[in-house]
Design a protein around this ligand. Sequence first.
Ligand SMILES: [Cu+2]
Length: 380
Amino acid sequence: MSRRSHAGLAAVALASTAALVGCTSTAPTAGGAAGGAIPVNAADTTCEVGATEAPAGTLNFAIDNTGTKVTEFYLYGAGDRIMGEAENIGPGLTRQLIVEVPDGGAYTTACKPGMVGDGIRNPFTVTGSAARSVDDSTKLAEATAGYKRYTTSQIEALVPKTREFADAVKKGDVAAAKALFPISRTYWERIEPVAESFGDIDPKTDGREDDERDPGVAFTGYHRLEKDLWVSGLQPDSGAIADQLVADMKDLQTRVATVELTPVQLANGAKELLDEVATGKITGEEDRYSHTDLWDFKANVEGSQAAIAALRPVIDEKDPTLGPTLDQRFAAVDTLLEGYRSGDGFKLYTELTPDDIKKMTAAVDALGEPVSQVAGVVTS
Ligand SMILES: [Cu+2]
């Protein structure tokens, strides 16, 4: 997840007005040219979205990073619900984002140069309503049902394992809590795009210390406790932070039970997980106190693999060449990661060499390319 601020809706309204007035939102006509991709010119200080509205259904954005910083693009629903996101778009690169938006209404687009803050936001209207793609294909319906079972099973393991971690923190058993930290996070990191899509849970459970926050909003969740365990020592409120983390995971469990996943979300989620690896794990940014980034790395890749596996019958039907390429690239990443095993876990990030990082970056980029094609294939 980008280092987003928690400035909430107030900033949304502010940002979009600013974008309209100051930051070159050129207010073009509906949809992309002739129903094609909606062009987005994402620069360092501007975010020109080639349309202010589009009919409900499958939206297709072509995001062109014309700036000098890595950027990302979001389509938000009400309450900053993430409808779709494309992260880690390097300068000079173009990335396609396909998002299924069956319900008409008010949405918001955001470009985030440097992947920080609330981004440059513009209102975006979706008109009418459309059938969900899952409704007109048995294979797609089976894919989302299968992935929903996977997500549910991960959360059924996440809640008790997080409880175990929290109990160790509350008992002051630092050694046990340190051992449980990366293990309990594995279930979270496997399904992170689904968890993130709610908008308000991820910042509380997986936010970093240097994230922008509203005044009075504390640094909580896994990484606060990671800092307590590995750096500052357990604090008087560590127990309360641990209990809150468990409560947030239970909240996630309740919300996921009613969520309807779409095939495009599975495909985008598989890519988002690899972007997570590229921006958070390969850089050592995510688990900066414990250096257990490779546990998260493995979990992100497993989660991506699960989403792709759920969609595989549809992929094989629509593009029989893509499946074998995906298998080969996933296998290459798995084999590479196995080389960094240590005991039941992995080497710490601090034990990796620049050459290790280079190999990991190349393998994840090589996997990211065919995975980024899946959204287009399953909606074709
Ligand atoms: Cu994370």
